[in-house]
Design a protein around this ligand. Sequence first.
Ligand SMILES: Cc1cc2nc3c(=O)[nH]c(=O)nc-3n(C[C@H](O)[C@H](O)[C@H](O)COP(=O)(O)O)c2cc1C
Length: 438
Amino acid sequence: MTRLQHFGWFLARGFGPHGWGYPSLDWDYDWTKPGLYQQSARTLEQAGFDLVIIEDAPSLGSPETIDLRIRHAFGGPKHDPLLLAPYLFDATEHLGVIPTVNPAAYVPYTAARQFATLQHLSGDRLGLNVVTDTGSARHFGTAAPLGHDAAYDRAEEWLESLRLLWRSWSPEALVVDPVSGVYADGTRLDHAAHRGEYFAFDGPLNAVPFREGEPVIASPGGSGRGLGFAGANSDIQLALAPLDRDSITAYRAKIHAAAVERGRRPEDITILFAIQPALVSSAAEADRLVAASANPDEAALVQIARKQSSDLETDLTALDLDAPIPAGTFANHVSEGSIRRLIGRNDAATTPLRQILAAHARLGRLTDGSGFVGTADEFADRIEELGEWGNDGVLLWGDLHPVTVHRVLDELVPILRRRGILRREYAPGGLRANLAAF
Ligand SMILES: Cc1cc2nc3c(=O)[nH]c(=O)nc-3n(C[C@H](O)[C@H](O)[C@H](O)COP(=O)(O)O)c2cc1C
């Protein structure tokens, strides 16, 4: 049965040089100024989207590989998405805005106060995409970076701290009675003292309580510990999985089990599956595009190698394309998961790099599950099908350049609306209320 789903946009390359490497650069937007993002945010709101999530990494990565990240702007520079959020709120009325934050970068009191301020300023539309990347540790002190699971432990303590501070004002503490002249009752504030493994502070918070609930928490981790974190804390899980019934059902079951294990209900988490759409105008064009990508030329391989070099902080462009990647190429800190994603189903010891890169350059058809090239009708079919399998929503993945946003949405939105999959109206009460509306 057709049902409404939630729609989000994932600004996948963060608040960085938009359009770099694409012909749309010549539309002359300035990526450091808010206009580009405000225009796109208004379009997303007109389209009935619940939210936009802004990817981020606070660091340019390890000192030896900074050039790999910034040379083609795949991994930086990136400005702070938290500070872009107010401009997006100002340009819209209903759209939720979810900047990515790393608990390493903010002590709990500062975080709780800044996020409370934004939640009030935005009319309850703030969310936080909480990530645990430890590669930026050196910018925040001289302590050694935490391990994978310990970083999640710290993130949990950080969120507990934020909640302790946000709840340090009981709702009755705010009196606001002009007749008696009493603004607030200090006896109803909790001192919110915390002495934990990673953080120690005293409250209460110097901010008034929320009207429509706390900022929404999102998280993208897919490891056992990452799912446990989501089960305990997240209102939204950003999910990456093949879009077939078994994968979707299994992923949802894992998150739901994690929620139940931590004393929450499955329906407390909205799961959004990421889709990186390549929309074309006809099935014949989709087939042509996929066929044309089957034998990628040298330029296409170099482009893939540059992007992977940035993500993996390892210069793949300096390696012999016709030999396997030599053992020991990747430094210890490079994520195992990212290396696995590069190699795919190939045998790393015997497969030439050319073949590994070519697999990434090849496009696939949405209709047979091999990729994301399809028409608007085909995308609507697939999203409708996801809904039939119980899915909550999707996260369309791209930059936030108006050219990209229109290319993806212009045909798709009317079809989704006609089919009753995409909302026509927003609920009052901000992001949390809109997530709970269906
Ligand atoms: C849809 C999606 C969005 C993500 N966004 C970010 C991000 O903005 N910043 C970041 O540092 N990591 C981001 N990640 C990576 C995760 O934070 C995390 O590092 C990765 O999923 C590995 O965590 P795990 O070991 O728990 O799976 C994202 C992952 C996914 C799937």
